[in-house]
Design a protein around this ligand. Structure first.
Ligand code: ZN
Ligand code: ZN
Length: 367
């Protein structure tokens, strides 16, 4: 079978749009026809080598689509099901999966590094016969892909696939951070550093949880405005004045939860300073793996917590359908987060826009 895809051959290079040969699903795998894929900042990080994966590979990891075929032994989905692809294989066999923590599935690192299926092999070949990988096992910058069945979560078939695709990465990461990683409660206060797709999702999760004060922090005026319309009670431009002091002016003593959604050393350290005594700094953004932090130790004597959030502490088969339902009820507003829908051919322009920090989410829509 042929599929059109956007392939990264070298770090920093353009994505090459080409026809690839796709082999059929094997046992435990499914063939998915993608309806849409969001472009996430991590795709830019993989393109630029800040995050590493084996190349060449089809990038993209925030997708939705319809199951077209299933391999032997697949029971969680069937042909015709509408699904969102998640970022964890949910192998069900490793220690973390057995503990009910599939967001830390031991297979995750492997698939990210190797851009292969779980058995280490690849399903895509280019016209020269070279094997092509697929990012995080899913490679959503393609019309079709063969993926492990555990990465497909069945959703309400009435949900618009070109919108709910955002739940595959950014929304689940952000909403999950607020609702699963720290379980925000009515009246809690928070600050959110970075108002891209993930940060805006943290803000919406905080609103859904009933947070009292939600402070959005971003240098781009349009993103601050959008944050206010999606549930933030205050917005701060971090380029004006001392951002930690500004947060403490709004919420005396600091916030219950300070979420960092950029993955940068300086802003992670700011998040620590924004959290109040007994509060928690939550690291949601993905920094370069060699990043080393410097934190004033004093906060630990105020019983502050410092917490990582991996894929929003999400159990995809449980939470992804739930987030789709929140969208269908109008609680989770995803349409407002989509800046534009594009065709796969326009992907390099969209990646350039994202590098410049413009827009929130661009979504590729497939025919
Ligand atoms: Zn992502
Ligand atoms: Zn596992």
């Amino acid at each position: 079978m042929k599929t059109k895809a956007a392939v990264l051959y070298e770090i920093g290079g353009p994505l090459v749009i080409e026809e690839l040969e796709l082999s059929p699903p094997q046992a435990g795998e499914v063939l998915i026809k993608y309806a849409a894929s969001g472009i996430c900042h991590s795709d830019v990080s993989f393109r630029d080598g800040v995050l590493e994966t084996a190349l060449p590979a089809v990038l993209g990891h925030e997708g939705s689509g319809v199951i077209e075929a299933v391999g032997d032994g697949v029971t969680n989905v069937k042909v015709g099901d509408h699904v969102i692809v998640s970022l964890t294989p949910q192998c069900g066999e490793c220690l973390f999966c057995k503990e009910g923590k599939p967001f830390l599935c031991a297979q995750m690192g492997e698939v990210i590094w190797k851009a292969s299926l779980l058995d280490g092999s690849k399903r895509l070949k280019n016209a020269k016969g070279d094997e092509i990988g697929q990012l995080v096992c899913v490679g959503t910058f393609a019309e079709r892909a063969v993926i492990p069945a555990g990465m497909a979560s069945k959703i309400n078939p009435d949900a618009p696939l070109e919108t709910v695709c955002l739940i595959g990465c950014g929304v689940t990461t952000g909403v999950g951070a607020a609702l699963n990683t720290v379980k925000m409660e009515v009246g809690d206060s928070c600050a959110v550093i970075g108002c891209g797709g993930v940060g805006l999702s943290v803000i919406q999760g905080a609103r859904i949880a009933g947070a009292g004060t939600i402070i959005a922090i971003d240098p781009v005026p349009q993103k601050r405005e959008l944050a206010l319309s999606l549930g933030a009670t205050h917005a701060i431009d971090p380029m004006v004045g001392n951002v930690v002091k500004e947060v403490k002016k709004i919420q005396r003593g600091g916030v219950h939860y300070a979420f960092e959604a950029l993955g940068r050393k300086d802003t992670i350290e700011q998040a620590w300073s924004m959290a109040r005594a007994t509060g928690t700094a939550v690291i949601v953004g993905v920094p370069s793996p060699d990043t080393v932090l410097e934190l004033p130790v004093l906060g630990f004597f105020g019983e502050k917590h410092f917490k990582g959030s991996a894929y929003g502490t999400t159990v995809p088969s449980r939470d992804i359908p739930k987030f789709v339902d929140l969208y269908m009820k109008g609680d989770l507003r995803l349409d407002d987060m989509i800046t534009s829908h594009i065709r796969l051919e326009d992907i390099n322009d969209a990646m350039a826009e994202m590098t410049r920090g413009e827009g929130v989410r661009t979504v590729i829509k497939y025919d």
